[in-house]
Design a protein around this ligand. Structure first.
Ligand SMILES: *Cc1c(COP(=O)(O)O)cnc(C)c1O
Length: 393
């Protein structure tokens, strides 16, 4: 549904994805890298990001939804792919025929995958998901011995091959948290249980971005970074993206649709939460909460909205004035503004260029940087540019 004439675009830099992937691969030199491209690659675009990550040194791709796994294959990507979030009616045969690895987290889904392998004449490649403490997906400790028994039966027949055993951390964004080591130990223990049951598992994996960068014990055989791939820090309280050597892969740029002088005392946007302190020039920026701009970044009295950088010869910083609307926000360009309709502003992009970062926006919205790029709506065109603003190609 994206519209070529839409006066906003998310510029995405595959070169930055490649660079960040190589930084992550270097951080975990003895592990394989599975780049996580779920949720349309955190809003950056599934296929272009997958291709760039593979060029940067990733050897695996990971997605939550089975539809995303199939879309990667349909695009001609032949790297190993893991998918893990599905219901009992998932298209198991289609996945197996497409050579997609499936996470298995219950006796029931093990049976369904095995049945699909039989029907389709394939061998299912599965990764056993263990709940080592996150309390979300995965086989729980109370289910484990039954599960191991069923798995033993499954692999002694035909059609099921265990490729991996895996889990997800509860405190991956808090380096050094003692619970992380407990979870790593629990995963290694679970893998020993399988070995004792006669099942050898080549790959153990538990680390997302945070642990890839800061938890050497959690790297194991494969790491699964998501957010850092996109040039954003998994732990803003610990290290900035810049300190981690990561480059932001997206800049959200819009063109002013209206620029007009207004008198002092002009109330701006719904509810008049911003009132012009003097005669000034307002600019209308054509993105709003329909595009994933959080309404929480509205500029309210005593609480400025999210930062916006005005580009051009008189580049400067401003912030959202008043309420975020469905399709637009307003900025106060100041009494001396020379901008005209069509001139560009950056909502978030590359702090090395003096632009606000997605992290700045997360802070303004009281959320995490993940949500800022991932919620960016489908009507904003993604434009892929080979050369990054920082010159990596
Ligand atoms: C999203 C996700 C990741 C990646 O997490 P980041 O914090 O973005 O690096 C890794 N593994 C699983 C299971 C996930 O759901």
């Amino acid at each position: 549904m994206s519209d070529h004439y839409y006066p906003a675009r998310a510029v995405v830099y595959p070169g930055a994805i490649r660079h960040n992937t190589s930084v992550l691969a270097a951080a975990a030199p003895t592990s394989q890298v599975m780049t996580i491209v779920k949720a349309d690659a955190y809003g950056h675009g599934l296929v272009p990001v997958a291709e760039a990550a593979l060029l940067g040194g990733a050897t695996w791709l990971g997605v939550a939804q089975t539809s995303e796994a199939l879309a990667l294959r349909a695009a001609g990507i032949d790297a190993p792919i893991l998918t893990w979030l599905y219901g009992p009616d998932a298209p198991f045969e289609e996945l197996l025929l497409a050579g997609i690895d499936i996470s298995v987290a219950s006796v029931d889904s093990l049976a369904r995958v095995q049945f699909a392998a039989m029907n389709s004449g394939t061998t299912a490649r599965i990764h056993v998901k263990v709940d080592t403490g996150l309390g979300r997906g995965g086989v729980s400790s109370l289910q484990w011995s039954d599960f191991v028994q069923s798995l033993g039966y499954a692999v002694s027949g035909q059609g099921v091959e265990v490729i991996g055993i895996w889990s997800h951390l509860a405190f991956g964004d808090e380096p050094g948290h003692p619970f992380t080591q407990q979870q790593v130990d629990a995963l290694i223990e679970a893998s020993s249980d399988l070995k004792r049951a006669g099942i050898d598992v080549p790959l153990r994996h538990i680390a997302a971005s945070g642990a890839t960068l800061r938890e050497p014990n959690a790297r194991l055989d494969l790491v699964r970074p998501g957010i850092a791939t996109y040039g954003l820090t998994p732990f803003p309280e610990v290290a900035s993206a810049e300190e981690l050597g990561l480059e932001p892969a997206m800049r959200l740029i819009a063109r002013l649709t209206t620029v007009k002088p207004v008198p002092a005392g002009q109330g701006v946007s719904y509810g008049h939460h911003y009132v012009t302190p003097r005669e000034t020039v307002l600019g209308v920026v054509p993105v709003g909460y329909a595009d994933g701009i959080p309404r929480h970044v509205s500029g309210l009295a005593g609480n400025p909205g999210a930062p916006i950088r005005v580009l051009g010869p008189d580049a400067r910083d401003t912030s959202i004035a008043g309420r975020v609307c469905m399709d637009q926000v307003v900025i106060d360009l100041g009494p001396q503004a020379q901008e005209i309709a069509g001139d560009e502003v950056v909502l978030f992009g590359d702090p090395a260029l003096g632009e606000p970062s997605a992290q700045d926006w997360a802070q303004a919205a009281g959320t995490i940087n993940y949500e800022i790029t991932t919620r960016l709506g489908p009507r904003i065109p993604r434009v892929y540019v080979a050369e990054t603003p920082e010159g990596t190609e």
